[in-house]
Each structure stands twice: as C-alpha cells, then as structure tokens.
Design a protein around this ligand. Structure first.
Ligand code: KDG
Length: 339
C-alpha cells in the first residue's frame, strides 16, 4: 500500500501519470536513445569528438537524451549509415562530404584538389554562407546538417614506390572514396583509381587488390595502414570535411529545446574535434616515421604540375555543381587570401 501511495503522490507532483513521466519531463525533453555511428575508430579525433558530443548532450539533457556511439563502421559505411538516417533507422552519422555527392551534388565542390591552402580557409568557407547553403539542401533528402567537422588534408600511401612527381602516379591502383571528382582527378594523373567503402580498405591494401589509398595522417595511423603501406607522400592534395548529419524523421519529433541541445553540442564538439585533429596531424607524422614509413614531401613545382593536370576535371565539375556557387567560393577565398 505504501509504495503505491508514494507513486500516486509522486505522480501528482510530477504533473502526470507514471507512464507519462517516464517519457516526458518538464522543459520538453523526452527520454530518447540516439544511435550515432562513424566509420573511423574511437581513438581517432572524430571518435573523440563523438564522445564529447555524447557527454555534452547527456549532461545538458539531465541524462534524458542518451547517445550510443558506434565506431569503426559497426553500423556500416558512410553511404549505408546515411541511407539509414533517411529511413529513420539511425539518428546520427558524421560522414565525409565526398560520398554525399549522390544526395546533394554541391558537396562535390569541396572535392576539388588543392582548393584550400590551410584549415583557416576551410573553416571560413564551411562555417560561412557557402557551407550553410549546401547544408540547407539536405532536408529535402531526409537529412539535417548541424555543421561541419574536420577529416582534413589527404595524403597518398602505397606499397609500390615513393610518389614525388606526377609521373609516379602512372598505373598506381588507388582506392578512392565513392566520389567521381576523386576518380576523375586520379585518372587525369594516369593512376588507376577504384572506389571502395572505407571499411574494406585495409584488407584491399593487405591483399594488394589495390596498391594505395589516400587519407589524412590521423587515419593512416589509427587504421594501421602503415602495416601494409611502406610509402607515404605528403601530397595534401585535397581537404575533406565531415558533415554532422541527423535523421530528419527523428529531428521532426524533437522539441525546440531538444533540437537546441543537439545543435549546440554538434558545434561545440566540432570545435573540439577540429582542434584535436590539428594537433594529431603532427603527432601522427612523428608516429608514422617511427613506424618506419618512408615519407617524402612533394615539391611546389610538382604540386603545380599536378594542379595543372587536374584543372580540366575541376572546370568540368564546376559546370555540373553550379558555376555561380563555385565563383562565390573562389571569390571568398580570394578575399581571405588578400587580407
Ligand atoms: O567516419 C568517416 C569515415 O567513414 C570515412 O569518411 C573516412 O575519409 C574517409 C574515407 O577515406 O572513406
């Protein structure tokens, strides 16, 4: 009798029945479980960023919103998880923007080789009107974009020979992300690119199905590609952003208060992730040296030759993605560079 009475009293005090109380709380925060998945490992800055996101959300929601993190493509690769978000089967993923071009083609402007000279330029474009304009195209495809995190500048590894000049790309079988700008750019350099989901890359390198791959240094270290790739060329040939995505089916069920918690946490954790990633870059370079990778720089002259060889690819895709948008981005970059 006494426990029953207590429950009744608590029920009155809380302004609802026991059932209502377990799902609704004051301030419009419900108890929810949010599944968040990424392709990279927990120790990678992206994994650490997702942990930070979980901490912030759980703390700000008083433990009502619970974030379950899945790393290392446990829920599938970028494309599979993005489809799961569209279908309302998963709540969050943070893929590279490159495999999202099948959903919103304009993301492809970030795949142009040598677009950004440094992270400051990337931040300005991604966090400014151009980045926003592209995220605003997501809702019609069942996705909500809460901002950009950083994957970073990509570098080439392979098992054949050092790549220091343009001719060294000739005939190399290189795994790329599922993105036609990347494919066509490597073809223009004489390489033999193959698109592949990230989760298959290590095995493909180990079995020599492909000769090489390209990713930022933190990934080359975290995924132990150094075990099967003796050569690392510091090509820095393209900067890849991550897009922080939420399922629209899920988002539409949220109260404004819940939306704000997720939005603020995505931005705050994103700042943390970018910072960590930038620090990790130098650390990973040192660690990869210590793992005996043979590392070479690529001279500015060679970079200029490579850039000239891929220019027709960029021009062709600028037409496809929207010349106005590309011009707006180039104007912003010019303005940043003149400061
Ligand atoms: O979590 C992100 C990864 O799934 C992926 O985007 C990493 O850059 C990447 C790649 O090469 O596929």
């Amino acid at each position: 009798l006494i426990p029953g009475l207590l429950a009744a009293v608590a029920g009155c005090g809380g302004g609802g029945s026991q059932t209502a109380q377990s799902t609704t709380t004051a301030g419009g925060i419900k108890e929810r479980v949010i599944k968040a998945g990424i392709g990279l490992n927990e120790d990678h800055p992206e994994g650490q960023g997702l942990k930070k996101f979980k901490e912030i959300v759980e703390q700000k929601s008083g433990g009502k919103l619970k974030v379950q993190n899945y790393y290392a493509a446990q829920l599938g690769d970028d494309q599979k998880m993005t489809e799961a978000l569209k279908g309302g089967l998963q709540e969050i993923t943070v893929p590279s923007t490159s495999p999202l071009v099948g959903t919103v083609k304009e993301f492809g402007i970030f795949d142009f080789p040598f677009l950004f000279n440094n992270e400051k330029e990337a931040d300005a474009v991604l966090d400014g009107p151009i980045g926003k304009k592209i995220l605003d195209k997501l809702p019609e495809h069942g996705l909500i974009g809460l901002g950009y995190w950083e994957n970073g500048f990509r570098n080439l590894t392979n098992s054949k020979h050092p790549v220091a000049k343009m001719e060294d790309f000739q005939g190399l079988k290189i795994r790329t992300m599922q993105n036609t700008v990347h494919l066509d750019a490597f073809k223009a350099l004489g390489a033999n690119p193959t698109p592949m989901a990230f989760s298959e890359v290590y095995n493909a390198l180990e079995s020599k199905t492909v000769d090489g791959q390209e990713n930022p240094l933190a990934t080359i270290e975290s995924n132990k590609f150094y075990e099967v790739q003796p050569y690392l060329s510091l090509t820095n040939h393209v900067y890849t952003p991550f897009a922080f995505l939420v399922s629209k089916k899920f988002w539409d069920q949220l109260s404004d208060e819940e939306k704000k918690i997720l939005q603020d946490a995505a931005v705050e954790a994103g700042k943390y992730e970018r910072q960590l990633n930038r620090e990790q870059n130098q650390k990973s370079l040192d660690n990869l040296k210590a793992k005996n990778m043979k590392i070479n720089e690529v001279s500015n002259e060679e970079k200029a030759r490579i850039q000239a060889a891929v220019k027709p690819v960029i021009d062709q895709y600028a037409k496809k993605f929207g010349e106005d948008l590309v011009k707006e981005m180039n104007d912003q970059l010019k303005q940043i560079r003149s400061q």
